[in-house]
Write a protein that binds this ligand. Structure first.
Ligand SMILES: NC(=O)c1ccc[n+]([C@@H]2O[C@H](COP(=O)([O-])OP(=O)(O)OC[C@H]3O[C@@H](n4cnc5c(N)ncnc54)[C@H](OP(=O)(O)O)[C@@H]3O)[C@@H](O)[C@H]2O)c1
Length: 294
């Protein structure tokens, strides 16, 4: 049985990684930093502390490490660039160095935001990155330190991850949309930011399967769609039976954000689909599974 350690198992993708791995029959260990739900096998690890990383890995002795931990709030990264680089670059470096010393394969979870979004079409793995924000630049550094440590490591990029968060109250784009519409609250969604929404339980399984194979380098493991945030919102309303008239389309110019976002950072997933031998999970499929598992 493969031993897998999920660093950042208390986060959205990390918690689904733990469940997917257990369902796949893998021996899972997970780490938290501040959110501990007494989940079995969860140990505390702060990736910015090299000793904490080496002690955690020594105790668990995994064959594979999946690094989900990151500073993920894009605007907070813009406000606190030192903290963003500390976690997303230095923290990733600590994990990558320790994995290299111990001969452990590492998988780094990254983002569609490494692209500038100006291309107009989907981005593939071989296309050059051009990050627009502190978050995106620090994540790209995380990719670099992962692949510099060992060319056999894998970088999996996802985009707008959604699903139920069973461990803490942190919302995601879809859960926030559902909650707001259920409260009858009007929401404003960008109709000029296009992304590839990624259902956390499906991505978790896909990433674990790919990680256990021979794939190395970069792989896009998002959902297959390319949709505006407004279109995602109206699909959420439809699938969950909520009032779509509460959703108002806005443009980025009308409602600017602190950190710059790419206009169209949709990912091409052909590589992942051909490696897995199945299509990636569409938004509609993901939302239906989410609705049915509430
Ligand atoms: N969410 C998205 O839409 C999205 C889109 C593209 C890419 N991604 C990438 O996907 C990955 C997972 O994202 P997510 O949304 O699941 O994350 P999340 O829910 O925000 O969780 C972040 C995780 O990182 C941990 N963490 C933060 N700082 C840490 C530190 N110093 N040491 C150790 N752990 C630390 C957190 O631990 P505690 O909670 O215990 O403090 C938590 O487990 C990230 O790499 C993110 O960049 C996410």
């Amino acid at each position: 049985m493969h031993r897998v350690m999920v660093v950042g198992a208390s986060g959205l993708l990390g918690q689904h990684m733990m469940s997917a791995g257990t369902e796949m029959g893998l021996a899972m260990n997970g780490t938290y930093n501040t959110v501990n739900d007494e989940m079995s096998g969860m140990v505390r690890m702060d990736i910015t502390d090299a000793d904490s990383v080496s002690q955690g890995l020594e105790a668990a002795c995994p064959e594979l490490v999946v690094l989900c931990a990151a500073m993920t709030n894009v605007d907070q990264c813009e406000r606190e660039p030192d903290a963003a680089y500390k976690v997303n670059m230095e923290g990733s470096f600590n994990v990558a160095s320790e994995c290299r010393s111990a001969g452990i394969k590492m998988v780094y979870i990254s983002t569609d935001y490494v692209f500038n979004g100006l291309k107009g079409g989907r981005y593939h793995e071989f296309e050059p990155a051009d990050p627009l924000s502190v978050y995106a630049r620090s994540k790209l550094e995380g990719e670099r330190v992962t692949l510099d440590a060992d060319r056999n490591n894998l970088v999996c990029r996802v985009s707008v991850v959604y699903g139920w968060n069973r461990l803490n109250r942190k919302s995601n784009f879809v859960s926030w949309t559902v909650d707001s519409l259920r409260r009858g609250q009007e929401i404003r969604l960008y109709d000029d930011q296009f992304v590839s929404p990624t259902y956390a339980p499906a991505a978790a399984r896909d990433i674990l399967e790919l990680s256990l194979g021979k794939l190395k380098g970069i792989c896009h493991t998002s959902g297959p769609d390319c949709l505006s945030r407004y279109d995602i919102g109206t699909t959420v309303a439809e699938v969950f039976g909520l009032d779509a008239s509460l959703i108002r389309a806005v443009s980025t110019a009308e409602m600017p954000l602190l950190a710059k976002r790419p206009a169209r950072s949709c990912l091409g997933v052909d590589l992942a689909e051909s490696e897995l031998g199945r299509p990636m999970t569409s938004l509609r499929q993901g939302l239906e599974m989410m609705r049915d598992s509430e």
